[in-house]
Design a protein. Sequence first.
Lengths: 114, 115
Amino acid sequence: AQSVTQLDSHVSVSEGTPVLLRCNYSSSYSPSLFWYVQHPNKGLQLLLKYTSAATLVKGINGFEAEFKKSETSFHLTKPSAHMSDAAEYFCVVTPYSSASKIIFGSGTRLSIRP
Amino acid sequence: DVKVTQSSRYLVKRTGEKVFLECVQDMDHENMFWYRQDPGLGLRLIYFSYDVKMKEKGDIPEGYSVSREKKERFSLILESASTNQTSMYLCASRPLLRQMNTEAFFGQGTRLTVV
């Protein structure tokens, strides 16, 4: 069965320092992997997606993620945090075997200290 | 710009009322979804639909029903609202599996309070 695990429920960093949000997945086949961001009282917005064209994926707002098949990981990073990055982040997998399943991680709340 | 539009941002309803949450997408997507989001529980799938008049139960369908009479519209119905249905409701749409890496698109959410 496919699953996705976000290893940290809350991450707090200082403005200007690097961000690392961790995600591990479980899938029998190469999955489709995504990161979404949700600002307070808003819907989910796509940050980036893994398309198998490259293992390092660049997204919006300076975020990027690296697909590591050997570690079954898809961690999200940003070199320098900005106050506007404070939000909830979701790692998402769409399994190969199902047309309609979207599997969400439990979310990581990112806080930015001034 | 692609759009998933939920009819209300905020709703307050009374216990026992029948509540309709509407979602419309303009991308001609086959799949549409309804989730509820609660603190500490993440997003949980209520129902999804893969075609007009087709629906499947998600993980927490109890107390809910859905309607998809037209491809672009997917409605979530609370037959008799209860206070434990107070939540944020999110609608999403996505094309068929043949486009494996196509993302889902989300509405802005409806925050429902049942009093």
